[in-house]
Design a protein around this ligand. Structure first.
Ligand code: AMP
Length: 127
């Protein structure tokens, strides 16, 4: 369902293909709900993407359609990945792009996890 202003879920999107093992990824973590891997174009010393195993285009789609179990499992996985990467003491940032104004490029929900240095302001000045 196109609840987010994005097209319906596309089984050929790049993260779907990573989940299906068709495209390699530098895996960090996997459980029943989530898969985490290093971003191919890191913006910080640690830049990991955490994605749900379910077929959700966006945060809007996920929060409207996923079960409570899926949402809880996914959020716990994000926290576990950050902890396992040793980022809790120094801190980290989570970023989630949703739709056109955010610049979301890949139509499978993903949380960016950044850390490893002071991260500065929350938003760039943009253009
Ligand atoms: P967004 O703009 O929020 O949709 O972010 C998409 C992210 O996916 C970007 O940070 C890309 O660098 C990252 N990305 C795209 N393709 C791959 C890939 N094959 N493996 C890992 N990260 C990727």
């Amino acid at each position: 369902m196109a609840v987010s202003g994005l097209p319906p879920y596309d089984d050929a999107n790049i993260f779907a293909r990573i989940l299906q093992g068709e495209i390699p990824a530098k895996k960090v973590y996997e459980d029943a709900w989530a898969f985490a891997f290093h971003d191919i174009n890191p913006q910080a010393p640690v830049h990991v993407l955490v994605i749900p195993k379910g077929k959700y285009v966006s945060f809007a789609d996920f929060t409207a359609s996923a079960s409570a179990e899926e949402i809880a499992g996914f959020m716990r996985a994000v926290g576990k990945v950050a902890k396992d990467l040793g980022l809790e003491a120094s801190g980290y940032r989570l970023l989630l792009n949703m739709g056109e104004h955010s610049g979301q490029e890949v139509p499978h929900l993903h949380v960016h996890l950044f850390g490893g240095r002071p991260l500065g302001r929350m938003l760039s000045s943009g253009s």
